[in-house]
Write a protein that binds this ligand. Sequence first.
Ligand code: CP
Ligand code: NVA
Length: 299
Amino acid sequence: MVRHLLDIDDLSPDELTTVLDRAAVIKAAHEAGESDRPLADQTLGMIFEKPSTRTRVSFETGMTQLGGHAVFLGPDDIHLGHGEPVKDTARALSRYVDAIMARLFDHADAEALAEYATVPVVNGLTDDAHPCQTLADLLTIREQFGFEDTTVAWVGDGNNVAQSFVVGAAMVGLDVVVATPEGYGIDDDVLDRAAEFGGAPQTTTDPEAAVADADIVYTDVFVSMGQEDERERKLDAFEGFQVTTELLGDRTLMHCLPAHRGEEVTDDSIESDTAIVWDQAENRLHAQKGLLVWLDEQS
Ligand code: CP
Ligand code: NVA
């Protein structure tokens, strides 16, 4: 059966641990200068409806390091978005490439891609979910804190990154407290999915209460890609949710990036010694290499 990663709980908790373990081994080998080519002659098709720095470069570099190749398919490069339906794109690409990574607006389009593709489909971010970010986040937290007795405070928008993160955190037994403004919380069905793993996060509208017992403070932009028309309304709604050095204290800062300094986070918070945002960004590469190798082994 072809496996896909549309959200983090497309993996079982055991499979998630296996992918993180595989990523850690691949990272150690990379750091030791060893090279292995388990995906030799394989091609990853990368569909992007939105911009990207980390996702694009980490997947493309990862495929090169694994002995394969990645094809970048931007919004004006293919017929998707210009009249060709998702299901036709899925079937045609499946005849050429060994896996598809897609960054799309509508999560339903990612589901359609997976339904019609005959190769693994990996969600590189939709409006609802960002499971590859969660893989890298969990790898980073496991390396630097471990999961037991670690608490993460999510402060900001209950968006795509937050939603995948709270489910992934529940899968590994990480405690999460979520502070969002009223009306911008995590979707109820996502909280239900987290609860299925025994770890529904506490929710609040008070950032200070959320960080009180936290080891890590995690935030993301207030205005996500595709929400530019909502900018003024969202910036008003998120007043008081900026991660400042005062709110952060001596806690560790995580951010999926890109950061909009002066909005969700201050420049001095990102530049402080407590920020591990570059380790998170690096781990996108290692986590996704672990995922790509694992997906290849399943087919
Ligand atoms: N965090 C993340 O997905 O970054 P990019 O938008 O640069 O890919
Ligand atoms: N929430 C952000 C994440 C970017 C990686 C967005 O969707 O734009």
